[in-house]
Design a protein around this ligand. Structure first.
Ligand code: UGA
Length: 439
């Protein structure tokens, strides 16, 4: 099939490339000329494992093309995927101006039946609005479909190729059939729903996952007070197949470009429908508190005074395997430590440049490698779950630091392993008020 993807951000580029990989002829459209030129040369603007190779191979065989002009390709396309950004407005509502602008352009240029697929995360009712905008300028046949994405940064290609489910929110059977054909090459359950249900499935999924994490972080608080071990508790509850083991990792909380924005937007959306979503407000509050508790713990270790203390922060990205620092708990705690007078050094495998930009004006030494980062530190803080941190030479870290104290905000280690290196290891929700310090 001929598919046009509008927007070459994270969702658009991954979706377009993967649709090409399963055999479709795909054109990705973006108004950013420079970005399109770079993509044509095979330069990928984001860090996503496996994506660059896939872009290159599909460009080489001619299944993946890039352009800045939707009108130039619209006649030849069977399906248009809208994958433009929906950032949060200051009031928490999703900003839909980019989605509306694409709908306007589609309406002005459409000449034959086309399935218009919305992949951007949009509030319930947006599918209908997109339909109305197109209808203003085009009286022929078309269908608007909601097909939300469930890609995680860092494993987006695999998530697209091997999804748990593909949700197709269609108003008519013709559109549903077109979309089933689009995803024919992908295994995983295909669920056809109404447009509105599909739109809500996206928000409800992210909100539920964020709730799971905030829930386990609150249980971690209880563990610390009650002397229980959060890793054992999470494992124990996760064995119940009704709960499941995933997204039960306690830590300094969730961040990224999706959970904070979508949880907030769902909370706002509920309000618009006259419903007070009490649980979600608490989920957000718990998440904000989690990073503050963590910083407070480090401060407590220094008896409230961080001035001049050398704090080495391992990790800046909002999670491992990404260069994304949006709403990153790690960046937040860097800021909090620096504001409290600490002498902060920081290291990340991919996110340093982005963090530098976000932390402009904040005094941070950006280290070349993890060992450089921890050199002479009074405390080492693990803030991002990069798998490489697990493989570090921790005996070497113990030799390099001024004081052998690790605060692990991501529970990456078995406490015994760190103790073997003579490190005092303090983590989240394990063994008493101060993590593992007491045992
Ligand atoms: C999330 C969803 O997982 C995807 O399904 C969804 O498609 C995507 O948002 C989106 O809406 O576009 P992503 O933002 O890439 O994906 O990140 P996650 O892997 O879900 O992690 C989110 C945050 O939760 C990270 O800060 C991570 O450190 C944290 N987390 C995750 C935990 O603290 N504990 C866990 O057990 C899991």
């Amino acid at each position: 099939m001929n598919i046009t993807v509008v927007g070459t951000g994270y969702v658009g580029l991954v979706s377009g490339t993967c649709l090409a990989e399963i055999g479709h002829s795909v054109t990705c459209v973006d108004i950013d000329e420079d970005k399109i030129k770079r993509l044509e040369k095979g330069e990928i603007p984001i860090f996503e494992p496996g994506l660059d190779a896939l872009v290159l191979s599909n460009v080489r065989v001619g299944r993946l093309k890039f352009t800045t002009s939707l009108p130039d390709v619209i006649d030849k396309t069977d399906v248009i995927v809208i994958a433009v950004g929906t950032p949060s407005r200051p009031d928490g509502h999703a900003d839909l101006q980019y989605v509306y602008a694409v709908a306007e352009q589609i309406g002005q240029n459409l000449k034959k039946y086309t399935a218009i697929v919305n992949k951007s995360t949009v509030p319930v009712g947006t599918g209908k609005e997109v339909e109305d905008i197109i209808r203003k300028n085009y009286s022929g046949e078309f269908s608007v479909v909601s097909c939300p994405e469930f890609l995680r940064e860092g494993s987006a290609v695999e998530d697209f190729m091997k999804p748990d489910r593909v949700v197709i929110g269609a108003r008519d059977d013709r559109a549903a059939q077109v979309l089933l054909e689009v995803f024919k090459g992908i295994r995983g359950e295909k669920l056809v729903t109404t447009v509105e249900s599909a739109e809500l499935i996206k928000y409800a999924s992210n909100a539920f996952l964020a709730t799971k994490i905030s829930f386990i972080n609150e249980i971690a608080q209880i563990c610390e007070r009650a002397g229980a071990d959060i890793e054992e508790v999470a494992y124990g509850i996760g064995l119940d197949s009704r709960i499941g083991p995933r997204f039960l990792k306690a830590g300094i909380g969730w961040g990224g470009s999706c959970f904070p924005k979508d949880v907030e937007a769902l909370d706002q959306m509920a309000g618009m429908y006259g419903y007070d979503f009490k649980l979600l407000s608490a989920v957000i509050e718990v998440n904000n508190d989690q990073r503050k508790h963590f910083v407070a713990k480090v401060m407590e270790h220094f008896e409230g005074k961080l001035t001049g203390k050398k704090i080495a922060i391992l990790g800046l990205a909002f999670k491992g395997n990404t260069d994304d620092i949006r709403e990153s708990a790690a960046v937040d705690i860097v800021r909090m430590f620096a504001e409290n007078g600490a002498d902060v050094s920081a290291f990340d495998y991919e996110a340093t440049k982005n963090a530098q930009r976000a932390l402009e004006g904040v005094a941070v030494r950006y280290a070349e490698d993890p060992y450089d980062c921890v050199n002479g530190a009074d405390v080492v803080v693990i803030a991002t779950e990069w798998p490489q941190f697990i493989e570090l030479d921790w005996a070497k870290v113990a030799r390099l630091v001024a004081n052998p104290v690790i605060f692990d905000g991501r529970n990456l280690f078995q406490p015994e392993r760190m103790r073997e290196h003579g490190l005092t290891y303090i983590s989240i929700g394990r063994n008493g008020e101060f993590g593992d310090q007491k045992s």
